[in-house]
Design a protein around this ligand. Structure first.
Ligand SMILES: NC(=O)c1ccc[n+]([C@@H]2O[C@H](COP(=O)([O-])OP(=O)(O)OC[C@H]3O[C@@H](n4cnc5c(N)ncnc54)[C@H](O)[C@@H]3O)[C@@H](O)[C@H]2O)c1
Length: 249
């Protein structure tokens, strides 16, 4: 059931919105009346985005691990669309799958540069614009891996635990304002990110889901859009599971 007015008058920044979960969220916010600015490093996908998404979309090509580029993107989006009400921070990478004691140091740093530092830069850049209107909804995309830890995904798991911790701090800092900051912890979704992971890791992740299947982009977009909506008033600094029963705490 699509409410074509739910995001009327709202502007959403979606990092990683050129693909997968971010794309699904961007498409749904657009369909439900919002304006969308997609920030992604995949310039080719951004160029084709309006056709694929089925509507006008503002885009910024950037690497979120570049703090100055992220700060500039917030200014550019505000100048183009007039406000920033929603952030869906979906850009992320998995890194490789060796055990921790063989994990390449540079790969570990890269995972943290994108999943933690990039998400920090993004949250940091948009909050001042949300404070202008004393309104905002932040949805950070963590992972079940951040709660449970996946073997051979130590950098990824640790980075997603950091996203949960960051969101808990930020939500408390903003609790007396009109901004709500929450995160979601999906179990595996069949998106292009799985090309970065080996088959053994994919098999492991599927075996841990009691429903016996992966989640879908649409299921994640539905939860993200609820958390990005005005209806969410008393939830902040919280972690919402979407895991087919995998997460039990
Ligand atoms: N798919 C899953 O199984 C799953 C499960 C739990 C959590 N997540 C998380 O959901 C988020 C989205 O994943 P997805 O499955 O949609 O993956 P995806 O690969 O389909 O999309 C990720 C997007 O992020 C962009 N991106 C990556 N690094 C970037 C950077 N440095 N700067 C700017 N853009 C960058 C990519 O270009 C891509 O468009 C990620 O944070 C991921 O960790 C995914």
């Amino acid at each position: 059931m699509v409410d074509t007015t739910r995001f009327e008058g709202r502007v959403a920044v979606i990092t990683g919105g050129a693909s997968g979960i971010g794309f699904g969220a961007a498409q749904r916010i657009l369909r439900e009346g919002g304006k969308v600015s997609v920030w992604d490093r995949d310039a080719a996908s951004l160029a084709a985005l309006a056709d694929k998404i089925g509507g006008a979309v503002h885009t910024v090509a950037l690497d979120i691990s570049d703090a100055a580029a992220v700060a500039q993107a917030a200014e550019t989006t505000f100048a183009a669309l007039g406000r920033i009400d929603i952030l869906v921070a979906s850009a992320g990478i998995t890194g490789p799958n060796p055990p921790l004691w063989e994990y390449p140091v540079e790969a570990w740093k890269q995972v943290f540069d994108v999943n933690v530092h990039g998400l920090f830069y993004t949250n940091r850049a948009v909050v001042p614009f949300m404070l202008k209107n004393d309104y905002g909804r932040i949805v950070n995309i963590a992972s079940v891996a951040g709660k449970e830890g996946n073997p051979n995904m130590s950098a990824y798991s640790a980075s997603k635990a950091a996203v949960i911790g960051l969101t808990k701090s930020l939500g408390k800092e903003l609790a007396k304002t009109g901004i709500r900051a929450n995160c979601i912890t999906p179990a595996t979704v069949d998106t292009p990110i799985l090309k970065q992971v080996n088959q053994a890791a994919i098999d492991y992740m599927l075996s841990k889901i009691p429903m016996g299947r992966f989640g879908t982009v649409d299921e994640n977009a539905a939860l993200i859009c609820f958390l990005a909506s005005e209806e969410v008033t008393f939830s902040t600094a919280a972690t919402f599971d979407i895991s087919g029963g995998r997460t039990t705490f």
